[in-house]
Structure formats: structure tokens, C-alpha cells
Design a protein around this ligand. Sequence first.
Ligand SMILES: [Zn+2]
Length: 185
Amino acid sequence: MRRLDEIMNFNEEFVLNKEYLKYTKIRKDNKKIVIVSCMDTRLTELLPKALNIKDGDAKFIKNAGASVIHPFGNTIRSIVIAIYEFDIDEVYIIAHHDCGMSNLDSSKTLEKGYSKGIDKNEVKKIIDSGFDLEKWLKGFNSVNDSVVSTVKSIKNHPLIPRDIKVYGLIIDPTNGKLELVYDDL
Ligand SMILES: [Zn+2]
């Protein structure tokens, strides 16, 4: 059975059995926070449970490495919308130990793309156009430094109001423990 079919079959039962009722009662942004976290699958349930975040409490933005790599990319856009449209006033950058983006080698990552059938000529065209593909695919050397630089890039962003609090944290995926690495006092 395809994974899609498994999901669709489960979903049919979920709706039929009204299992959604447990989750659809709260619809407000109770805590007024946005959390930028990593797409790592170990954090799917662990992160909200470890922070006592329930439906209605927080807006979640996930990407590879819990980072903001472009000042006008999709992550910062989502944060801006959350602040302007939903009155969110605190941003939490929550990266994690043992992240796949740690020490990621962009040339090795590109090689994996080629082995999946990506055309080298197309990649060359992207690079020749002046786009820094290597930087775009690169991970970080230190999760701590990555969190702090992401926090600062948000705090100094011209579209982020000055009174928005931005905190930087790292979670341990083996036990859910949070470490505060940037406090916004
Ligand atoms: Zn990660």
C-alpha cells in the first residue's frame, strides 16, 4: 500500500470516528507566540509536549535547521504576517542538538542530488546566473552560533517591530530539555 493511501485510509476513520473533536475546540492564538523550529521528525510531537504547547497556543514555522537564511524569504515572511495579522509578540527560535544541518557539506549534498538524477548542466546554469548555491545549501558549524545569528537577523529586520521579543533556544531531542542561548531582556 502506498504511504498516501495509508494516510487517506487513516484519515477517513479519523473523521468518521469524530476523533477531531479533541482538537477543534480551541481556535485562538492563546500564547501569542511563533516558534521557528527544525523539520527534524523527532521534534514533531516532542517539541510541543516539552513546551506545553497545545492547539491554539502557537504558530509553528519549520524548516531545515530552524534558521532564517534570507531576509525576505518565506520564514521571515511568515513571522511578519504572524506579528501584523495575528498580534503575535514573541518569537522563539528553537534549534536542536544533533541537527542534520550541522556541518552539512553543500558539495556532498549536491552530489546526492546528482545521484537522484539532477542535471549537472542545470545546476551550472543556476551557479552561472550568480546565485550562491553553495551558501544556500550549506548548513551551520555551530548550532549555538546559528541560533544567535538567526535571532539577531530577526531583531534587526526593518519589518519587525522593535518591541517584539525574540528568544533563542536549543532542544535536546533525546530528552526534550531546553537550553536558553539568547535571552531578549
Ligand atoms: Zn534539525
